[in-house]
Design a protein around this ligand. Structure first.
Ligand code: FEO
Length: 392
């Protein structure tokens, strides 16, 4: 692969994970990348590393540019192993580099790897001259872990925010302007599945960075494509997602045993569409939970349907609600429906699950026994219409 120079003397030396399809429960349909960056100056700096199995790939890329032994400093913006997995290997290979990280970063790295290095911890506002350039550090706790921080190169107006602004997207291109619209779609999926609960913190961090008055010409995250052409596009998207901007979208998310809940779901969908909603039907066993969460990002309302199994909700609905509750998608209205044989219980269990996180739930419910009659199908269409009127 050709050397990728972001700015004069600053190179991408990461790795492309073409084949990963499950990233701790997130379906990475298009793979991912682990981005590491090499900054050549009087002191040579490696910013972040790659997941452990990709160590040699990173080492090979560095070796095409300089002898790795000439790296003086490693910056660790984030402890999670997709970025620190090769840190100790490369540090041992090149001698005793200084490792710059946050206070929590040092603690986290020691706990993960049971080893120590020549650490220097930094706080927001601290900077380090490496010759012609200055590295500035901004702590960014919970973006994505408590240890996370951003590194900014003042002279190049280059922000390296690690997990923030990333996308799980493997590509032979390195810059967002070299690929099509899928980059924004994958950035949205990444935001929804990883950063959604942290929306208020993101708004605060964006505001803090704006107030610091630091000009940003390029954003080089730790996953996916680098934002070279108008990086304000992804910053603005993060602001809108954090503010919970929605459209006319309503989702019908369901599972079914013998087709009854599916019949109700389709009738509800008809009602939603008739009222002008951009409605989507999502079967829980045909759509990965992380793709459904992606769909939810700009949805105004969500209707959940489950058959009753052993007095409770269907296991796929339990899985989905457990995942969704952790991401705390606020600002949506939820509605509930389902089919049952004798005792029922699915709707009650779904409601209980949503109540734990204080989601807004429509008081009206649509339970149907066994197979829906034509009257019950009509009621389901009306249920969809009413929900759309309430939500849109
Ligand atoms: Fe890409 Fe939080 O690690």
């Amino acid at each position: 692969m050709e050397k990728v120079e972001l700015k004069k003397g600053i190179y991408w030396v990461g790795a492309i994970d073409w084949n990963i399809r499950d990233f701790h429960g997130y379906s990475t349909t298009f793979g991912t990348t682990y981005n590491a960056y090499l900054v050549l100056d009087e002191k040579n700096v490696l910013v972040d590393t790659v997941k452990a199995p990709f160590y040699l790939e990173m080492l090979g890329r560095i070796s095409e540019i300089i002898d790795p032994a000439r790296i003086d400093i490693i910056v660790s913006n984030h402890v999670e192993m997709d970025h620190s997995g090769s840190l100790f290997q490369i540090a041992e290979r090149i001698g005793a580099p200084m490792v710059i990280t946050s206070e929590r970063g040092e603690k986290g790295l020691k706990k993960h790897y049971q080893k120590s290095l020549k650490f220097k911890t930094v706080k927001t506002g601290e900077s380090l001259s490496i010759g012609h350039r200055t590295l500035a550090f901004v702590e960014a706790p919970m973006l994505h872990w408590p240890d996370s921080m951003f590194t900014y190169i003042k002279e190049d107006q280059l922000l390296m925010p690690n997990d923030a602004f990333g996308q799980h997207l493997a590509s032979s291109q390195r810059f967002e302007d070299e690929v099509g619209d899928e980059v924004m779609g994958q950035a949205a999926k990444y935001y929804a599945n990883i950063l959604w609960p942290l929306g208020p913190l993101i708004l605060k961090k964006v505001d803090e960075v704006v107030k610091m008055g630091i000009p940003i010409d390029m954003i080089a995250p730790s996953h996916g494509l680098i934002w070279r052409n108008d990086p304000s596009r992804i910053i603005q998207a993060y602001v809108e997602w954090s503010q919970g901007k929605t459209g006319k979208k309503i989702l019908v998310i369901y599972d079914t045993m013998w087709g009854s809940t599916e019949s109700i779901a389709k009738a509800i969908l008809k009602g939603l569409i008739e009222e002008g909603a951009e409605a989507k039907l999502l079967h829980l066993r045909s759509n990965h939970r992380s793709d459904i969460i992606h769909e939810m990002l700009e949805a105004k309302g969500v209707l959940l349907g489950s058959p009753t199994l052993n007095n409770g909700m269907f296991p796929t609905m339990g899985d989905f609600l457990t995942y969704m509750r952790g991401l705390r998608p606020k600002g949506k209205v939820f509605g509930l429906f389902g089919s049952h044989g004798w005792g029922g219980g699915a709707i009650k269990e779904m409601r209980r699950s949503l109540e734990t996180e204080k989601f807004e739930i429509w008081e009206k419910e649509l339970p149907v026994q066994f197979v829906p009659s034509s009257e019950e199908v009509k009621s389901a269409i009306e249920f969809g219409k009413e929900f759309a009127k309430k939500v849109l």
